[in-house]
Write a protein that binds this ligand. Structure first.
Ligand code: GLN
Length: 480
């Protein structure tokens, strides 16, 4: 089985023609994990029994003419914060190491309903807080393109697993860039859907007004296939949108050959940004030339409040996280450090169970919500969030999609960003999109000649315009 053919759409064809069985495919993934994941470290766990049983069931369904979809039997890696029934769901802190989910998240339930096989638990920064996977309490995940470099984060395990071809695709979650940034660092495709497009039920909450589950895949066609399966209203998530979903894979397969008539906005603030490395700037510049050559009209647009995005995000996200993580008190979930009284038990459990970055964010979030500071920080950040959203609305009047860098640099080396602020600033191009609620995709666009590391570009589209987004990205991808 060749690596280049390890896409969902290709495998579906092989399964359909009987050239491959689900059991053979599952065994191939298990073998790849056994062979390569020792050095990469993408997976925290793989329940081989679950995978084998599900694969045998899939083959039986197909043999009986009852395949649930063309994709029945294809394994999908799952980030460790997205619940799969009967498997661990830890989000990578010590505190939840032993937690086994009693239920499926809606995302996993929808995958199963289409016959996909949830495959393993993928490493991540603790509670999805981070940009390098270095905040996992359990293991280091390396970038498959250079093992001395990070895969990005927080969905670093998902990106590394897909880039190394251990699984055809994976689910990630994106609160401030956690799908798009690791996708760019590892040379794969990562889609952050519109807020509310995919149910968050069974996704361990980090910042509830920003979190969104999305596909991490080899190409746009696979991203569209998974979005078709994942998207849709869910009564179990009141923020999920009633919008009509589906037809994304269709939109991609009928994408056409050029970008004539498409207006692509280039946000001024994303191009001259401080810290943008020459290698990334060159790839983005070449991408602009490419879309022009494909017939798109490029227009300069402005997102003037971009410079506040990182600050606003670190107020809103930490405020929501401090509230969401209050439930992890040693009483209801996971490990407990026993102490003579209840309050002491809370303190000791949380002291021992959370890592430094999570504690830093809980402290920050608690502070910005505390009486006397609420108006000065939290309320003001919410107002600036509205301004950021309006920037996107204004820009949308001038263009159909926007094209931007994803990250200022290529994947950095382990421990290179030991200062948390430096790490936060590396999210400068991804964070505003979550604050706006709109959708975006990171797709591979080139490599850094010096390090050989992949570089991505990001397309951004208005809320619920994933079909437009995917179509544009597909045409770009086909002309790489
Ligand atoms: N890197 C950002 C952070 O640390 C975004 C994380 C995410 O999207 N989950 O918060």
């Amino acid at each position: 089985m060749s690596m280049t053919d390890f896409t969902i759409h290709h495998l579906a064809g092989q399964l359909d023609r009987g050239e491959l069985s689900a059991v053979e495919l599952a065994e191939e993934c298990l073998r790849r994990v056994a062979d390569r994941d020792g050095e990469i470290g993408a997976f925290l766990a793989v329940d081989a029994d679950h995978v084998r049983t599900a694969a045998a069931e899939s083959d039986a369904r197909r043999a009986a003419g009852k395949a649930r979809s063309p994709y029945d039997g294809i394994p999908i890696g799952i980030k460790d914060c997205i619940a799969t029934a009967g498997e661990r769901c830890s989000c990578a802190p010590r505190l939840l190491e032993t937690v086994v989910s009693p239920y499926d998240s809606t995302a996993v339930a929808r995958l199963r309903a289409a016959g996909f096989i949830p495959f393993g638990r993928l490493n991540m920064d603790e509670f999805a807080m981070g940009s390098s996977c270095e905040n996992s309490a359990f293991r280091k995940t390396a970038n498959p393109h250079d093992l001395s470099r990070v895969p990005g984060g927080s969905s670093g395990g998902s990106a590394a697993a897909v880039a190394a071809g251990l699984v055809p695709a994976a689910l990630g979650s994106d609160t401030g860039g956690s799908i798009r940034q690791p996708a760019a660092f590892c040379g794969i495709t990562g889609l952050k859907p519109t807020y509310g497009r995919v149910s968050r039920y069974g996704l361990v909450a980090f910042a509830s007004s920003l979190d969104q589950i999305g596909p991490m895949t080899q190409d746009t066609q696979d991203a569209a296939i998974l979005l078709d399966v994942l998207a849709g209203r869910d009564p179990l998530d009141s923020t999920s949108l009633p919008a009509a979903s589906g037809g994304f894979a269709d939109a991609v397969s009928r994408a056409g050959k050029d970008l004539k008539g498409v207006r692509i906005g280039l946000p001024r603030e994303y191009f001259g940004a401080e810290g943008l490395s020459p290698a990334v700037a060159k790839v983005v510049h070449d991408a602009v030339e490419r879309v022009r050559a494909l017939g798109a009209e490029t227009v300069e647009v402005s997102l003037p409040h971009t410079r506040y995005a990182v600050a606003v995000y670190y107020i809103i996200a930490t405020a929501e996280a401090s509230a969401n993580l209050a439930r992890f008190d040693g009483i209801r979930y996971g490990a407990r450090v026993e102490a003579p009284d209840l309050v002491e038990t809370y303190f000791k459990t949380r002291g021992a169970g959370f890592g430094d970055e999570v504690k830093r964010r809980i402290l920050l979030g608690t502070y910005v919500l505390s009486s006397g500071y609420y108006d000065a920080y939290y309320l003001r950040a919410q107002k600036v969030r509205t301004l950021i959203r309006r920037d996107f609305e204004e820009a949308a009047k001038l263009c159909d999609v926007m094209l931007t860098p994803v990250t200022p640099t290529v994947a950095f080396k382990f421990q290179e960003k030991s200062d948390p602020l430096q790490m936060y600033l590396s999210d400068i191009f991804t964070i505003a999109l979550n604050l706006s609620g709109n959708c975006g995709i990171s797709i591979p666009a080139g490599t850094d000649p010096e390090t050989g590391m992949p570089i991505g570009v990001q397309f951004l589209a208005p809320a619920l315009e994933e079909a437009r987004l995917l179509r544009t990205a597909r045409i770009f991808e086909a002309n790489r």
